[in-house]
Design a protein around this ligand. Structure first.
Ligand code: PTJ
Length: 260
């Protein structure tokens, strides 16, 4: 194992990267997951590796949506399982949502390993292995879902999703919450609630909001949902990326983020 000194200026980012590597070694993350992580890191760096205010609002709206749903489902892929296994199980418990393993590159082996990994982190029931439902408009493997999971859901959280699938899922009329650091991705653009934040920060934040809102009346949940403006949030994220971590001269801020 690589030892990462806790005082390294980019500690969080290096730990996250290492978790993806470990996920590949364990057979839960795909090699494409590494590429996806690299892309995410670049956006996160430009965002200043922090939760911007518009993402915080999206995270609160996501919590309210999950709490007010009849059948919420949290979709788990190879990157999610590697990065936030315990945290996603906690979010499912806090919002009474189903967990469903749903892979872009579906193999039975990886499906089973991820389900097992989630159980090791406290999940009692993990859906996805039945694969008896389909998302319309997608070719074979990528369309597969559980009929009584994502197939029957009214609200679905899809973190780090491929754009094609995010669009197809949104067009089924389900309310889609996406976590994606790229505000310009088709996934972010097709979501009712796009959360432009690193999943390692986003999931615990949504859980915290869900706990805060757990006793709230439905009117208050609806108010939180209605006051969230997706266009405004996407624009705020894009603006933050364009100028966030650079000063007026175009130099990176001297805060250590450039050290590696
Ligand atoms: O495990 P599988 O087979 O389901 O495959 C999962 C991946 C992620 C490989 C697959 O869905 C894929 O290829 O996704 P994309 O098209 O690379 O999209 C992933 C998006 O997530 C990109 O826009 C990244 O910027 C973003 N992203 C990557 N890492 C993070 C992230 N967003 C938030 N937090 C991250 N840590």
């Amino acid at each position: 194992d690589v030892e990462i000194p806790a005082d390294h200026p980019r500690y969080e980012s290096l730990v996250t990267r290492h978790r993806i590597e470990a996920g590949i070694e364990k057979g839960i993350t795909s090699r494409q997951g590494l590429i996806a992580q690299g892309r995410g890191e670049a956006f996160d760096y430009l965002l200043g590796e922090r939760t911007i205010p518009s993402a915080r609002a999206a995270e609160r709206a996501a919590a309210a949506l999950l709490l007010s749903a009849d059948h919420p489902v949290l979709s788990v892929n190879g990157n999610v399982a590697a990065l936030v296994p315990e945290e996603i199980v906690e979010l499912a418990a806090a919002t009474e949502a189903d967990l469903e393993v749903n892979l872009f590159n579906r193999t039975e082996e990886r499906m089973e390993r991820i389900a097992e990994h989630l159980r090791e982190h406290g999940a009692t029931e993990v859906k996805g292995l039945a694969g008896d439902g389909r998302i319309p408009g997608l070719s074979h493997e990528r369309a597969t879902v559980d009929a009584d999971g994502i197939g029957a859901a009214d609200v679905v959280l899809v973190p780090l999703e491929d754009g094609d699938r995010a669009e197809a899922l949104a067009s089924t009329g389900k309310t889609e919450i996406v976590i994606d650091l790229n505000p310009g991705s088709r996934s972010s653009r097709s979501a009712a609630v796009p959360i432009v934040d690193n999943i390692v920060r986003a999931i615990p934040n949504v859980t915290r909001h869900a706990r805060e809102l757990s006793d709230a009346p439905i009117e208050e949940l609806q108010y939180v949902i209605d006051s969230f403006d997706r266009e405004e949030a996407l624009e705020a994220a894009e603006t933050a990326i364009r100028r966030g971590s650079f000063d007026d001269d175009g130099d990176a801020e001297a805060d250590g983020r450039n050290d590696d």
